[in-house]
Design a protein around this ligand. Structure first.
Ligand SMILES: Cc1ncc(CO)c(N)n1
Length: 224
């Protein structure tokens, strides 16, 4: 079993709660209340700014030049590609990038990003990549599952652009590379004695991902 498969198996309860959260099913069939999606997307913009910082930390934590290039590519994928989706979708609500940047940060967004940054700050590059894995690799898995649903790309589904972005080849390639790189780091640095620590990091980051959906999901319930 690969390192990533072992992490997922150890965190299977948390992984299911995250990847099969009702919010994701609401995206697939278009039934998610718009208020929930909007709250999510604004907080996700702030999240991505902090994640870009985590990738910058990964540049710093890189033992080798090849690791550094990998982290720099991750940083660029966020700043130059992924955030454009948020800017484009939020413009439809009349929100500018500076409105987004000035939005009040939610506790769940802060909890998750602080956790990842701290795991990376006190740990090595592998610990940081394990903390980032539920995000990068998880979204690729979620979007692939959602895209297989018939309603996912219906013209009536307001969330089809979001699904197509994460299910699309460029994002899937970023996620596949992140996974391969993490496996490589695990071969080099994951000893049996460290496995429990790495599993704990993966579990916690996965739980914080589910909390992120839950935060936005609650907004939708409050309005509905
Ligand atoms: C909360 C969250 N997790 C993962 C991703 C994928 O980059 C994202 N944009 N937001």
């Amino acid at each position: 079993m690969s390192f990533f498969e072992r992490l997922k198996t150890e965190a299977s309860v948390e992984w299911r709660a995250y990847t099969e959260h009702p919010f994701t099913n609401g995206l697939a069939d278009g039934s998610l209340p718009e208020a929930a999606f909007r709250h999510y997307l604004v907080q996700d913009y702030l999240f991505l700014i902090e994640f870009a910082r985590a990738y910058a930390l990964a540049v710093y934590k890189s033992p080798r030049l090849a690791d550094m290039r990998e982290a720099a590519a991750g940083l660029s994928a966020i700043l130059d590609v992924e955030m454009n989706l948020h800017v484009k979708l939020c413009a439809e609500w009349g929100l500018s990038p500076s409105d987004l940047e000035q939005a009040p940060p939610a506790a769940e967004m802060l909890a998750y990003t602080r956790y990842v940054l701290d795991a990376g700050m006190r740990g090595d590059l592998l610990a940081l990549k394990v903390a980032l894995a539920p995000c990068v690799i998880g979204y690729a898995e979620i979007a692939t599952r959602l895209a297989s649903r018939p309603a996912a790309d219906a013209a009536s589904n307001a969330y089809r652009v979001w699904i197509a972005e994460y299910a699309g080849v460029p994002y899937q390639e970023v996620a596949a590379k992140a996974r391969t790189h993490m496996e490589h780091l695990a071969d080099l640095y994951a000893t049996p004695a460290r496995e429990a620590e790495l599993i704990a990091i993966f579990k916690e980051a996965t739980r914080l991902e589910a909390d992120f959906w839950e935060m936005a999901w609650r907004t939708g319930q409050a309005v509905a």
